[in-house]
Design a protein around this ligand. Structure first.
Ligand code: KG4
Ligand code: ZN
Length: 360
């Protein structure tokens, strides 16, 4: 436990947590300091593995090896930038699920070794709970109760968050995740990997009039008790795009309009289901997280739909919306202050439910 100057010159106890994230293709470390929901980011280092672009997707074996060579300097740099020594830390937080097991294991093993050698508490963090906390790093009001939409490369989760650690899972995807749909459609249109931001750029130049794809799982007369009321599904939309690509006489001419039609349909679905959830639970805040939350068209569509109804929408900046260790350390603050600790037998898991689920 460290001390920091509070207003009026008093000194108050603060907690310092080192976060480590290696679940996919970024090696990241961050130091956060504070208490409760008053947490400051002292440093954040993110090393993205560009090599996967060559293969058009993340190659797990290459990701693990790249984490191995970068984890030590990345953590060291995060400590240096925060002017923090290992012995100043109160805990080491590391993503241990979900993700690529080989990649996760690098962070988990290194976190364990640091914790053991300095006798510092260790905390395993669920990657999606990290995404849930990202907006709170920048926006004081992005705290529960709120409706959360987490949209990343591997997951699409619609949650009602009554309090930190109390998550009601309303909807998930039956097939592709939202980011995965962006990436697959980008590939169909010949765009680089990961394709989300290229689709967004291309769609901005396209017309919304030419390709109108069906809104997946959105029926106007749907009722909250229907089992698809909050559920997502994007594989049908992807197939519709594939058919449009195949039918195109000149893809160079059509691709911006196809990208626009695809993005309009996907965003409409995300906005509709999120609005349903905020409305059903009477929430006045909506928090977005995950890489797809970088999409400005999504954020503005969400605001256009919800703000007239008095609902405020919070999105993290792109650096915090995509995979990073600051969100992992931020989620760990909550769990650490509740007295939670992981043992040195902490393991890595490819998938597991977000902790704190309450009955729907
Ligand atoms: O959260 P994230 O960094 O990694 C995972 O945990 O999966 O999310 C990565 C995903 C990729 O699918 C990427 O294409 C998508 O986020 N993404 C975007 C945008 N920027 C990143 N999707 C749509 N529009 C964007 N501007
Ligand atoms: Zn992620």
């Amino acid at each position: 436990m460290g001390m920091r100057k509070a207003s009026g010159g008093r000194r108050e106890a603060v907690t310092r947590i080192l976060g480590i994230e290696t679940s996919c293709d970024e090696t990241s470390a961050a130091v956060l300091e504070g208490s409760g929901d008053d947490v400051a980011q002292k440093s954040l280092v993110i090393l993205s593995q560009d090599i996967h672009r060559v293969f058009g997707g993340v190659v797990p074996e290459i990701a693990s090896r790249a984490h191995l060579t970068s984890i030590v300097p990345v953590v060291q740099r995060a400590l240096d930038e925060a002017a923090t020594r290992l012995e100043d830390l109160d805990a080491i937080a590391v993503t241990n699920t979900p993700g690529l097991v080989g990649a996760l294991l690098v962070g988990v093993s290194y976190g364990k070794a640091l914790a053991f050698s300095r006798d510092i508490p260790l905390l395993g963090v669920h990657h999606m709970e990290g995404h849930l906390f990202a907006a709170a790093l920048e926006h004081r009001d992005a705290v529960p109760p709120f409706t959360a939409l987490l949209v990343s490369g591997g997951h699409t989760l619609l949650l009602d968050v009554e309090a930190w650690g109390k998550y009601r899972l309303l909807g998930a995807t039956r097939d592709d995740a939202a980011g995965e749909a962006f990436d697959k459609v980008a590939k169909l249109l010949g765009l680089p990997y990961p394709g989300g931001r290229y689709i967004e750029q291309l769609a901005a130049t396209g017309s919304s009039k030419r390709f109108s794809f069906a809104r997946p799982m959105v029926r106007k007369n749907a009722l909250p008790e229907d089992d698809d009321y909050y559920t997502f599904s994007f594989s049908g939309l992807k197939t519709a795009v594939l058919n449009a690509v195949r039918a195109s006489k000149d893809l160079e001419v059509d691709k911006a309009d196809i990208a626009r039609g695809f993005q309009d349909s996907l965003i409409d679905t995300l906005v509709e289901k999120t609005a349903r959830a905020a409305n059903a639970f009477g929430r006045e805040r909506v928090v977005l997280g995950g890489g797809v939350a970088c999409n400005r068209t999504l954020a503005s569509a969400m605001r256009a739909r919800l703000e007239p109804a008095g609902v405020k929408v919070f999105t993290p900046t792109p650096r915090l919306a995509t995979d990073n260790a600051a969100m992992i350390a931020r989620a760990a603050f909550f769990r650490f202050e509740r007295g939670e600790r992981s043992g040195l037998d902490l393991n890595a898991y490819a998938s597991s439910p977000i902790p704190g689920l309450v009955a729907a």
